[in-house]
Design a protein around this ligand. Structure first.
Ligand code: NAP
Length: 278
């Protein structure tokens, strides 16, 4: 099974589900990426800081699937947000992966206290012009950070990848992204192995559809128009996590899963207004 795609604000065709790769590394990581592509994933999410861009490149080459059928993504670390550092980091990222371009490159965290995310965004736009990156996105950007990008560069990112799962459903952030024409991606879409997959609301809905709890949670995200990036080191779960397009949740089921959200529902309390990652 492969996922349908969304056309982003810059024309990139983005699969509606992607493969999350943290913390898959080394040969096991390369094998997981190869097998994920064999299972039908066409979007692979990596990051400079995951130290697995090499494994992603190796997995892609082993897959035998044509490069232009894949959407390969990585992310710029906080410590490289100054213009020249960002340019070098993207080049280094490409060397590591053995690629000549990334389809999507995101600013990993805004780190607002550092004050360099606009400079990083401008550098990535420049690299887009030079063909090293096809589409520029961000991650963990609050609405105010997106508006600052728009005011200072006249451009908006194609995607905003944020923490999103039933315990933290991001109602306001999703609305802000949608208003600006920015596609929301979900990190930790399964709640990263937390108890949400055992919640009776989720398990009851899963049973009624004859599906696994994880599939119901990912389907809820798909129906919200969000692109989930589930990670699994297991081939059967990887396939399950992509088999989301032959069933649908009712409005009541969508509401019931959405009602599990909590103001303090972040997995590790990483509020982008204050949390910084280098
Ligand atoms: N931008 C950011 O700041 C940021 C932050 C965190 C993550 N991410 C990205 O988002 C991706 C996903 O997030 P995540 O890895 O934190 O969490 P996740 O995908 O929500 O959860 C992964 C966990 O769920 C298990 N799992 C996978 N499929 C399952 C299923 N169908 N049923 C039950 N358990 C299942 C996995 O175990 P097995 O491997 O054993 O299946 C793993 O322990 C990452 O890999 C990374 O690419 C981005």
């Amino acid at each position: 099974m492969t996922a349908p795609t969304y056309t982003l604000n810059d024309g990139l065709e983005l699969p509606a589900v992607g493969f999350g790769t943290y913390p898959l590394r080394g040969q096991a990581g390369a094998d997981a990426v190869r097998d994920a592509i064999a299972a039908g994933y066409r979007l692979v999410d990596s990051a400079y800081n995951y130290e697995n861009e090499g494994a992603v490149g190796a997995g892609v080459r082993a897959s035998g699937v044509a490069r232009d059928e894949l959407v390969l993504a990585s992310k710029l670390p906080g410590r490289y947000q100054r213009h020249d550092d960002a340019v070098t980091a993207v080049q280094e990222s490409l060397f590591r992966a053995g690629l000549d371009h990334w389809d999507l490159y995101l600013i990993h965290w805004p780190n607002p206290g550092q004050g360099h995310y606009v400079e990083a965004f401008a550098a990535l736009l420049e690299l887009r012009g030079r063909g090293l990156v096809r589409s520029v996105g961000v991650s963990n950007f609050l609405p105010e950070h997106l508006r600052t990008l728009q005011e200072q560069t006249g451009e908006l990112p194609s995607v905003n990848q944020v923490e999103l799962h039933p315990r933290f459903s991001q109602v306001d952030q999703r609305a802000a992204d949608a208003d600006l024409g920015v596609r929301t991606q979900a990190w930790s879409p399964l709640g990263r192995g937390s108890s949400v997959l055992e919640d009776p609301v989720v398990t009851r809905i899963a049973e009624s559809h004859g599906r696994a709890p994880g599939q119901v949670v990912l389907r809820w995200e798909v129906q919200l128009g969000v692109v989930p990036l589930p990670k699994s080191g297991d081939d059967e779960r990887r396939r399950q996590n992509l088999a989301l397009f032959d069933f649908a949740l009712s409005d009541d089921e969508m509401t019931a899963i959405g009602s599990l959200t909590r103001p303090d529902g972040r997995i590790a309390g990483q509020d982008p207004a204050t949390y910084e990652e280098m």
